[in-house]
Design a protein around this ligand. Structure first.
Ligand code: ATP
Length: 910
């Protein structure tokens, strides 16, 4: 097989297309047969490039040590060892390793989870097998397969093109050059450089325009992109603006803590304390005050949020989107398929002089035409048949029946036309036999029409059929064609508007003739001179869940705007039905602006329209981009949906580009930060809800973890300034920090959404993560820890307990308060008893595990040796429990006071 021969691999561009097809044992029309494709799949393996590891596991493990805290610990460990404290030094070093191992495992899990999610978004390709075009996962494409390309596709493998029609490919993934390359199947000189091989299409590049077909010459690692695998690096960054902010905060904290430790050391020295004791104290302070687990915990919380969103059918492709979702203030949504069902049924056919109502539901060709004004009899009205025939043959979809259920393969807008024609007895195969298709201009949303050229038989002129948006079709009907006359065109336009105002999606139909020799239909060829045939109005009902989702967004302070390619009145009618742009309970028509009106606007005018309009119709992709920019300039955080090739810039520019998983093109998915696997608007709303929950959980974690650090710093500084024995040793502090964060803190990531999460306004992305009230709570709990731990330590010392026993009590105070306070933190606002345990069993599990560990810490002899702890009695446990319970009650009291104050002010969050 030539594909296996590297010397031959580079010469496909120099042979004629037919020769290449033959050499690969394929057929330029029929493709491969299924059995041969299966055999080749077994021989060459799946069409996937072996991912090159960005960072090997060893390097990633080593990088765990590259943190300020670890450096600090290593210095502390070395210092402790130099002082001859071998056990302490050993524990410190062990902690560094355990910390690195935990960080490594958590990070790997997060990376793997994100990568697995990304894989659920499989790319598909259209191949011809046994003479029929079929969609297959692109991993199953084999050498010799005939691949069909159209705008929006990602090229699945390296292809030698055999046919092209205006085919343009964005090869920036391969060459870095973003101007699309025009393709042509002609053979080239053997020495043509890679970038100029216009008769090849390379894997991973994107089709921006036109259509084409090519035979696969290389798959997987043998493709150009596979050879230089640096390109495919779909690198999944775990960094987001928030993690960067938290990392920066940690760095500042390290400096502050080091300074505090140095001051403490100096003060102690000045007061004549032993430098050895002081060194231990300074190390303890540094270790205690720095929140070690913070960065890892933040990543875990974000990763869990991503998994939750996936369960609700929103796949996050770019991690920062998780955060942006919580701050979204505007959602700009498509209409067809996102807000509506994309289930089209023709309800009305308008011909000049009258209209026919069409009965029947779904795509089954069962129904009747009832003539209205014209008094015409459906079967005898040749104009009705011709209008339906146009819709039938100028069509790329198919209907399929399975067990009495009819479904459409292809565009539902087109499928509806097949069903309508079927109701009059017109059948696609018979019509295609009578009028073989010679050429076609596929539909694209820029031109808003589709045209086909047909052979009408020997000696007869060829027929051009055209269907599309009403304006686009009428424009092309000449004065000779009846609707081209101003009056007739006016009647058609009025009829279209009347149908649109009822929420129907209207398409217009026209035909023309072409000289017998003409083999191609071009945009210029159908610019005028056509005869108008009629209109068809389809019903595409709103999704039942859309109205509720729009209401939820409104309550959440998020404005929903519809951006549609459809008619302004159709858009406005649907918007009104689902409550976009209308006051709750109101029935006024939402304000709609068309792309044409936007065209002439200045920047300031556009900004004003972007802000005050809720329905944008007949909007071009370029205008979508301008709208995103205008909204962002006003401080909005914008989620924008899109599915076509030309939507990519707007999707990239939006804070959250949302692509459709079912109907979206590969180009759109690639540009998007989030992909909806069900194309449903309600899923965006669900993702916003999860985004808010992720942020809440992050804040909960911070509010839970920081008091421990603050409390530890307080206790140590108080001891040093008071000149008394340290209530805790560095290794004990390390123990508290490491175990409680993992066992208790991270369980907050699984916390359920707070009730009323969608009743508050979006979070201002520029606002500090922590409010003053929450910072106050952190200080409060830190102070209670100081009083409890220091108080009990001194009480033990006075009662004649050993230092080891007193220190064990102090450590247990921190852990017990950590456990009780965890349950306070499960809701930042709501009372503890309204936060059911079953909503987060992890919290209870973590608390029990932590209790078990603490018993070991207190009573297991080896733990006593390593951590200098000692068994304590029931009286001590009672006192520890009392401190924990008191802290829990005080925090609940504080939350209650805040709730009352908020009720008085009419605000919600603390
Ligand atoms: P949205 O952007 O909300 O999804 P849309 O699907 O109507 O709306 P486009 O696909 O850009 O947006 O379609 C724009 C217009 O082009 C439609 O209103 C319709 O009149 C026409 N049109 C849509 N699909 C076809 C098609 N397959 N053939 C011909 N004309 C079409």
């Amino acid at each position: 097989m030539r594909t296996m021969d590297p010397s031959a691999r580079r010469t496909w561009h120099a042979v004629f297309a037919g020769e290449a097809v033959g050499a690969l044992g394929s057929d330029a029309d029929q493709g491969l047969d299924g059995a041969e494709a299966g055999r080749r799949l077994a021989e060459f393996g799946p069409n996937a490039v072996t991912p090159r590891r960005e960072k090997g596991p060893l390097l990633r493990f080593a990088l765990q040590f590259h943190q300020p805290l670890v450096y600090l610990l290593l210095v502390a460990g070395a210092g402790t060892a130099a002082l001859g404290e071998w056990i302490d030094a050993g524990v410190i070093f062990a902690v560094v390793w355990i910390n690195a191992a935990v960080g490594f495992v958590q990070e790997s899990k997060a990376v793997r989870a994100l990568a697995a999610l990304a894989r659920t978004l499989t790319t598909e390709a259209t191949v011809v097998r046994d003479g029929a075009a079929t969609r297959v996962p692109s991993t199953q494409v084999v050498p010799g397969d005939l691949v069909l390309l159209q705008a929006g596709d990602k090229v699945p493998a390296d292809l030698r093109l055999v046919r092209c029609r205006d085919l343009q490919v964005d090869e920036s993934a391969l060459t870095g050059e973003s101007v699309p390359v025009e393709k042509d199947p002609g053979a080239l000189a053997p020495d043509t450089s890679l970038a100029d091989r216009r008769n090849l299409a390379f894997a991973s590049t994107l089709v921006t325009c036109g259509q084409g077909a090519g035979v696969v010459v290389a798959t997987g690692d043998r493709t150009e992109v596979g050879r230089i695998s640096r390109l495919l690096a779909e690198t999944r960054e775990l960094e987001t603006p928030l993690t960067r902010r938290i990392a920066a905060f940690s760095r500042v904290l390290v400096v502050v803590v080091l300074a505090l430790a140095a001051i403490t050391f100096a003060v102690g020295l000045a007061r004549g304390q032993s430098p050895f004791e002081l060194f231990l104290a300074a190390v303890a302070l540094a270790v205690g005050a720095i929140p070690e687990g913070l960065p890892a915990a933040v990543t875990i919380i974000l990763a869990i949020g991503v998994a939750r969103m996936a369960r609700r059918r929103a796949i996050i492709r770019k991690l920062p989107a998780v955060e942006a979702l919580g701050s979204t203030t505007v959602i700009c949504s498509d209409k067809t398929g996102t807000l509506t069902e994309n289930q089209m049924t023709v309800r009305e056919v308008w011909l000049e002089g009258g209209a026919f109502q069409v009965t029947g539901a779904g795509y089954a060709p069962d129904g009747e035409f009832c003539g209205v004004a014209s008094g015409a009899v459906p079967g005898e009205d040749g104009r009705l048949a011709e209008c339906l025939r146009c819709g039938l043959v100028c069509n790329d979809s198919r209907l399929a029946e399975e067990g009495g259920r009819w479904s459409v393969q292809g565009d539902p807008t087109e499928g509806a036309r097949l069903a309508a024609a079927g109701k009059l007895g017109l059948e696609a195969r018979a019509e295609a036999g009578r009028l073989p298709r010679l050429d076609a201009i596929p539909f694209d949303s820029r031109h808003q029409y589709m045209a086909t050229l047909h052979d009408a038989g020997p000696g007869r002129p060829r027929i051009v059929y055209l269907k599309g948006a009403v304006e686009a079709v009428l424009e092309r009907c000449s004065p000779g064609g009846r609707a081209g006359e101003p009056e007739a065109a006016g009647a058609a336009l009025r009829a279209a508007e009347e149908m649109a105002a009822r929420g129907l999606r209207v398409l217009a139909f026209a035909r023309g003739s072409a000289p017998p020799g003409m083999g191609r239909v071009t945009h210029a060829g159908v610019a005028g001179g056509l005869s108008f045939l009629g209109l068809q109005g389809m019903l595409d009902p709103p999704r039942p869940e859309a109205a509720e989702a729009v209401r939820a967004c409104r309550r959440a302070g998020i404005r929903v705007k519809m951006i549609t390619g459809d008619h302004a009145l159709t858009g406005a009618a649907i918007a009104r039905e689902i409550g976009i742009g209308v006051a709750p309970g109101g029935s006024a028509w939402p304000r709609a602006v068309t792309g044409r009106e936007l065209e002439g606007l200045s920047g300031a005018e556009l900004a004003a329209r972007a802000a005050d309009t809720d329905v944008f119709a007949r909007v071009t992709p370029e205008q979508k981009l301008r709208l995103v920019e205008a909204l962002q300039a006003q401080g909005h955080v914008v989620a924008m949906t899109g599915d076509g090739v030309n939507d990519a810039p707007a999707l990239k520019r939006a804070d959250i580009g949302v692509a459709m998983g079912i109907t979206g093109t590969e180009v759109a998915k690639e540009a998007a930060a989030m992909v909806l696997t069900d194309d449903n608007f309600a899923t965006i709303e669900a993702a916003v809800e999860e985004g808010r929950a992720v942020f809440d959980n992050l804040v909960k974690f911070l509010v839970w973890t920081l008091p421990t650090n603050l409390g530890l710093a307080f206790v140590l500084m108080a001891a040093i300034f008071a000149g008394v024995t340290l209530p805790m040793l560095p290794v004990q502090i390390l123990w508290i920090n490491m175990t409680t964060v993992v066992l208790l803190g991270t369980t907050l990531a699984f916390e359920a959404r707070e009730p009323g999460i969608m009743d508050r306004p979006p979070r201002d992305p520029a606002a500090p993560i922590m409010t003053a009230a929450l910072a106050g709570r952190i200080v409060l709990v830190g102070t209670l820890l100081l009083l409890g731990a220091f108080g009990l330590f001194e009480w033990q010392a006075l009662a004649g307990a050993s230092v080891a026993e007193a220190r064990t009590v102090a450590v247990n105070v921190f852990v017990a308060v950590g456990i009780g306070y965890l349950f306070n933190c499960r809701s930042l606002v709501g009372p503890l008893h309204r936060t059911p345990l079953r909503d987060n069993p992890w919290a209870l599990g973590g608390a029990l595990a932590m209790l078990g560990l603490q018993l070991a810490f207190t009573y297991a002899p080896f733990m006593n040796r390593f951590f200098r702890s000692a068994p304590i009695g029931p009286g001590e446990w009672a006192a520890i429990g009392a401190v924990a319970a008191a802290t829990c009650l005080v925090v609940e009291g504080e939350k209650g006071l805040r709730r009352r104050a908020a009720r008085h002010q009419g605000a919600g969050a603390p």
